[in-house]
Design a protein around this ligand. Structure first.
Ligand code: ATP
Ligand code: MG
Length: 554
């Protein structure tokens, strides 16, 4: 992959290495298996795996499955597949947060014994009551804070044994009820939940909170740098508190260390698994891999290459404050790559018929065309030419606007790689639509220049009507209409901003015969049109990855 440019995380680590020269940099990527990975996760992957690689260290893959709700092995498998697709690998360091439940429990008991945790009896409602939770000027209050150690230990064990209903008790860390940081006001570190866990089954009915479990997981795996997104910044004092108060041998003092970086935000793109899951469950999209989805499997099915996504992430950089990246930058990365590598093919979105009246009936001749003018090794292919052809509707104007040099009455135009033709007459259907355009061809010059030196300005693409195949094209636009997803008004839902034109289905398109055996996922440039790939799910469908031209900066 492209290396991430020097960034503030590297500066931190350089300093840590100066103080601890023997340290082996160790990071982790901790997805919650409650959905498929999206392009935002790709940024975290680049930061986690990229940083480890830069320092010759290791990066673990850990399923953060401590919260039993909505987790599923389907997601675990998909997450692994997507990470491998991007080219990252965790070797034998694949873990589940839930594998540490036993240790989490023991460490919680130790905290109780050290008078650093207690069983609290405030209900969820009381928790939110200013009388108990306090506010900026008043400390929080818990009448249970001084519960004797023995009593807390006993209650905690009975919580584990399933003796109490959900919400009856919680285990809270005893930190500082007056802290200006609300995360530190004796946070709940365990709660009762009667939900089956995807791996642990019904073994547990108490589950550790993220803020308690995560630093323990990191410490147990001897992670040195726990890289996460900015929203965890205010949780960092709690991360450090847990790390420093549970004793896990083998780590340097003060490690693991949490460093936060800004999330990737992209225009017109909602990067939230919860929202993406809603789209799947309500059928707004055709699954997690719908080509409009910003999921990695969606981008892959759309035709994005892993390298173009990694290039995009490396171009956007790693920063300490939030920003919004234009989605056209992602499209530009794909174009830059495929312009060099994608074979050229011809497809006609809205075919209209052209008849070369001066060309013999039944004759086929072949014109050799380049597969990729940017790649000498791509070779050529032969395009059949016949009396009846198709051109695209947009390349013809009955009433041409000024400077229209494509097909027009009495005008000459070059058929790409083949003859110069002249439009002589237009044949109409009863409803006034164009039935066929009748042309003559300058058969003398073949695909060369006119002998009399006259200039023909326009060049258009074409297909033989006898040889072209049918195809359906899927043209995509942004999935949502909200330029900045964080501008969503509170009283609205993201589903209120679905773009009704996010998918345009073009039936009756024509493609050149060579495309009939394209492999699913194989990318092409359809000349003068866009980058496409054959859809992996629907026979005869080509997905437009991006249009050929960019409107960026206009
Ligand atoms: P979502 O809000 O989409 O559910 P999440 O943060 O809850 O995302 P996790 O599975 O917990 O999803 O994420 C795993 C890692 O990916 C976390 O470290 C998280 O910070 C990071 N991550 C998630 N979204 C982004 C993003 N848009 N940019 C950068 N990193 C991200
Ligand atoms: Mg999360």
């Amino acid at each position: 992959m492209e290396e991430l440019a020097k960034n503030f995380i590297y500066d931190f680590i350089d300093k840590d290495l100066a103080d601890h020269p023997e340290m082996k940099v160790h990071t982790r990527f901790p997805p919650e298996p409650n959905g498929y990975l999206h392009i935002g996760h790709c940024k975290a992957l680049c930061v986690d795996f990229g940083t480890a690689k830069k320092y010759g260290g290791l990066c673990n893959l850990r399923m953060d499955d401590t919260n039993p709700a909505k987790e599923d092995t389907e997601y675990v498998d998909a997450i692994k597949e997507d990470i491998h697709w991007l080219g990252f690998d965790w070797d034998d360091r694949f873990f589940y947060g839930s594998d540490y439940f036993e240790t989490d429990y023991e460490l919680a008991c130790d905290l109780i014994k050290k008078e650093l945790a207690y069983v609290c009896e405030l209900s969820a409602e009381e928790f939110r009551d200013p009388k108990y939770c306090g506010d900026l000027t008043h400390p929080a209050v818990s009448p249970y804070r001084d519960r004797p150690i023995e009593e807390s230990l006993d209650l905690f064990e009975r919580m584990k044994n399933g003796e109490f209903p959900e919400g009856k008790y919680t285990l809270r860390a005893k930190i500082d009820l007056a802290s200006g940081n609300f995360c530190m006001r004796d946070p709940v570190i365990y709660r009762i939940k009667y939900v089956e866990h995807h791996r642990q089954g019904t073994k547990w009915c108490i589950f550790p909170m993220y803020d308690f479990a995560h630093p323990i997981q990191d410490a147990l795996e001897h992670v040195t740098h726990s890289l996460c997104s900015l929203e965890y910044e205010i949780h960092r004092p709690l991360y450090n508190w847990v790390r420093d108060n549970v004793n896990i041998p083998g780590n340097e003092v003060g490690f693991p260390r949490q460093i936060e970086f800004a999330r990737l935000n992209i225009t017109y793109t909602v990067l939230s698994k919860r929202f993406l899951r809603t789209l799947v469950e309500t059928g707004v999209v055709d699954g997690w891999d719908d080509p409009r989805m910003p999921t990695l499997c969606g981008l892959r099915r759309r035709g994005y290459t892993a390298s173009s996504i990694l290039d995009f992430i490396s171009r956007t950089g790693v920063a300490k404050s939030d920003s919004l990246v234009d989605i056209r930058q992602l499209e530009a990365c794909l174009r830059d790559e495929l312009n060099q590598t994608a074979p050229r093919r011809i497809a006609i979105e809205k075919p209209i018929k052209v008849v070369i009246d001066t060309y013999p009936e039944g004759k086929t001749e072949y014109f050799e065309v380049s597969n990729n003018p940017n790649d000498e090794n791509a070779g050529t292919r032969k395009l059949p030419f016949t009396k009846e052809l198709y051109i695209d509707e947009s390349d013809f104007a009955e009433v041409p606007p000024p400077k229209f040099f494509r097909m027009r009455q009495d005008g000459e135009v070059r058929l790409m790689g083949a003859y110069i033709v002249k439009c002589e007459s237009i044949e109409k259907n009863a409803d006034g639509s164009v039935k066929a355009i009748h042309c003559t061809a300058d058969l003398e010059t073949g695909n060369g220049m006119p002998q009399d030196g006259r200039k023909v300005k326009g060049t258009i693409h074409w297909l033989s009507a006898d040889y072209a195949k049918d195809a359906t094209l899927h043209l995509y636009n942004n999935l949502t209409t909200l330029e900045n997803p964080s501008d969503k008004p509170d009283d609205k839902d993201y589903t209120d901003f679905i773009n009704p034109e996010s998918l345009i289905v073009v039936k009756g398109a024509k493609i050149e015969p060579a495309l009939a055996d394209a492999a699913p996922g194989e990318q092409f440039q359809f000349v003068r049109f866009g980058y496409f790939c054959k859809d992996s799910k629907n026979e005869g469908v080509f997905n437009r990855i991006v249009p050929l031209k960019d409107s960026f900066g206009k």
